[in-house]
Design a binder for this molecule. Structure first.
Ligand code: URA
Length: 285
């Protein structure tokens, strides 16, 4: 019986997580099992009587449950700036406690592919498959990304560096229920991905989807307006700009969007051809 109850509670918790409920704790304790107080006024209107369905007010939720968002941002910046190799950066992110996403995720997702590759692709955030495997773009959208890269001769597993790709995301932990990252989560994560770019130093950058493109280009434009043209990427994190040589960057539709909206594959193909032409003109491949 106790076992059955435990399983029921576990199932309910996973369901909440999948639905995006990632904060279960408030500052003040709430006795959810307490009976609602009965009204003392005898002729109180029926509608005001609490019932089993009376919604329980949710505790206040802070964006960053471990520490405040501005403290978290200061900490991520400090850790990112102190990392001088990709391994150091990976360790610094793993030790970082400034995002509550870490508590609901199974694995941290840092990168996949060859860090010496001339082309680095940056997506939004890990999904369920990535969270399980600890690698970016390994689910269905990752399979489409692999086919897109293959269409211009790139492969994340290529031994020949010139044909290899390196892949990461703006966020290192999966947002529960695959919800869109909040502005605070992006702000806190930005120093990590920008240091990641600076340490990997790819020749060309590909931003997959609106979240990556807007965050890394510091733009409020839609992905439809940002794609189809070359940008010069410089870090949005002001402290990282000194001495940074701009990197040509292209934005394109996110593979998961293309799976839902195949009509846009034509535009994504045009973006890939632009990428290939630029890589050839730079002698990358
Ligand atoms: N979508 C992303 O943006 N990144 C992943 O790693 C997987 C899906």
């Amino acid at each position: 019986m106790a076992d059955l109850q435990r399983q029921t509670y576990k199932a309910a918790l996973s369901w909440y997580l999948d639905a995006g409920v990632d904060i279960a704790l408030g500052d003040d304790p709430v006795d959810r099992t307490a009976m609602p107080a009965l009204p003392v006024v005898e002729d109180a209107p029926a509608a005001s009587v609490p019932t089993a369905r009376t919604p329980i007010s949710a505790p206040a939720v802070s964006e960053s449950a471990f520490i405040g968002a501005s403290e978290a941002r200061a900490e991520s910046l400090k850790l990112a700036m102190a990392a001088n190799t990709l391994d150091e950066l990976r360790e610094a992110i793993a030790a970082f406690d400034g995002l509550s996403l870490k508590r609901t995720a199974t694995n941290m997702v840092f990168s996949d592919g060859n860090p010496s590759a001339p082309i680095m692709v940056i997506g939004e955030a890990p999904g369920a498959d990535e969270d399980r495997q600890g690698k970016p773009f390994v689910g269905v959208s990752g399979q489409l990304l692999d086919r897109m890269l293959a269409s211009i001769g790139l492969n994340r597993e290529a031994e020949d560096v010139a044909h290899a790709a390196y892949i990461s995301n703006i966020l290192n932990w999966r947002p529960p229920g695959n919800r869109t990252p909040s502005p605070a989560e992006i702000e806190v994560s930005l120093p990590f991905i920008e240091r990641h770019i600076a340490l990997a130093r790819p020749r060309l950058l590909v931003f997959a989807g609106g979240v990556a493109a807007k965050s890394l280009l510091g733009s409020g434009d839609t992905i439809s307006r940002l794609r189809g043209t070359w940008h010069n990427y410089v870090p949005q994190t002001a402290e990282m700009r000194a001495g940074f040589t701009p990197i040509p960057a292209i934005a394109t539709y996110h593979p998961s969007y293309l799976l839902r909206t195949p009509a846009h594959k034509r535009a994504a193909w045009a973006d890939l051809l632009m990428l290939q032409a630029k890589a050839r003109s730079l002698g990358v491949f």
